[in-house]
Design a protein around this ligand. Structure first.
Ligand code: C2E
Ligand code: CA
Ligand code: CA
Ligand code: CA
Length: 279
């Protein structure tokens, strides 16, 4: 009678150990991939309401040699727990800098802005300001073309420590975007304190504006509050013409989503930017 519980405990433990081993393996492979610069950042274009190209969000892609493509939704949370994320973010800044210089090569007056996703632990790391300067440089003309996307949840979780750092970064001309807005149980009090230039409405709201009057009301109000606070409003996850039209009619400033373009590998991004900017 003592056998069955033991066995189930044993099975449970080995399952956990297995998952933990997988994660450790994945992390060690990720370390190698970051150090070897084997990850690629795809660039998803953002457009103004008049259709002009305004910039791109850099989204990391990892083709694992044995396991194939691994979603950032799987490895970013692991990287965040292990602090590997800091080096990934550094790689993101280096990539953003390369993009800024590349675009300037064929369109010297371009104001295309590149967004890098950053985690809360990046920003609160005491090395963050130096790392940003080393990876991206300190030319004000370049810094004005960099935007950090940080999720509303990350900001709220560590508001007191993040706000002063974000303010310092912002003084250098870098822009701050609140990502996934509406998913983090924020209150107006928080919104008042976050030093941000851009508000990105989460795709879970954007997706349903045509089908749910409640979502439509929430998005309309969000746009209004953001604008009243002087922020640019970006909608992410725009998948249809109807949704794009609705967002434009309701005052969104910029649009991003599969309807316009998927995240593009660097060569395709370059082709699109050159075609749009007349390079
Ligand atoms: P996110 O920052 O909210 O990025 C938006 C996600 O939605 C991306 O998924 C993007 O490919 C996807 N997407 C874009 N347009 C559409 C659309 O029209 N419809 C739908 N259904 N999806 C769309 P992705 O690239 O898989 O990234 C997932 C998440 O992983 C990101 O969410 C971000 O939180 C994280 N992530 C990605 N790259 C990085 C990075 O370099 N650093 C950090 N810290 N996080 C990253
Ligand atoms: Ca983002
Ligand atoms: Ca987002
Ligand atoms: Ca998201």
């Amino acid at each position: 009678a003592g056998q069955a519980p033991n066995r189930s405990v044993h099975l449970f433990d080995s399952g956990q150990d297995g998952a933990q081993r997988d994660n450790l393996r994945l992390l060690s492979d990720l370390r190698g991939a970051i150090d070897g610069r084997l990850l690629v950042f795809h660039a998803q274009p953002k457009f103004a309401v008049d259709g002009s190209l305004r910039g791109a969000e850099l989204l990391v892609r990892w083709a694992h040699p044995e396991n194939g493509f691994i979603s950032p939704a799987r490895f970013i949370p692991l990287a965040e727990k292990s602090r590997l994320i800091f080096d990934l973010t550094r790689f993101g800044f280096e990539t953003a800098k390369r993009h800024v210089l590349e675009v300037r090569g064929f369109a010297p007056q371009s104001a295309l802005r590149f967004s890098v996703n950053v985690s809360g632990s990046d920003v609160t790391d005491p090395r963050f300001p130096d790392m940003l300067r080393e990876a991206f440089g300190d030319d004000p003309a370049d810094l004005a073309l960099l935007e950090l996307e940080i999720t509303e949840t990350a900001i709220i979780e560590d508001l007191e420590r993040l706000v002063p750092v974000l303010e310092r970064v912002r003084e250098t001309g870098v822009r701050i975007a609140i990502d996934d807005f509406g998913t983090g149980y924020s209150s107006l009090v928080y919104l008042k304190r976050i030093p941000a230039d851009t508000l990105k409405i989460d795709q879970s709201f954007v997706r349903d504006v045509m089908s749910s009057e409640r979502d439509a009301i929430l998005v309309r109000r969000t746009i209004q509050i953001g604008k009243d606070l002087g922020m640019d409003i970006v909608a992410e996850g725009v998948e249809t013409q109807e949704i794009a039209d609705w967002l434009v009619a309701n005052g969104c400033d910029r649009l991003q989503g599969y309807f316009f373009s998927r995240p593009l590998p660097p060569p395709q991004w370059r082709d699109l930017a050159m075609a749009r900017l007349g390079g």
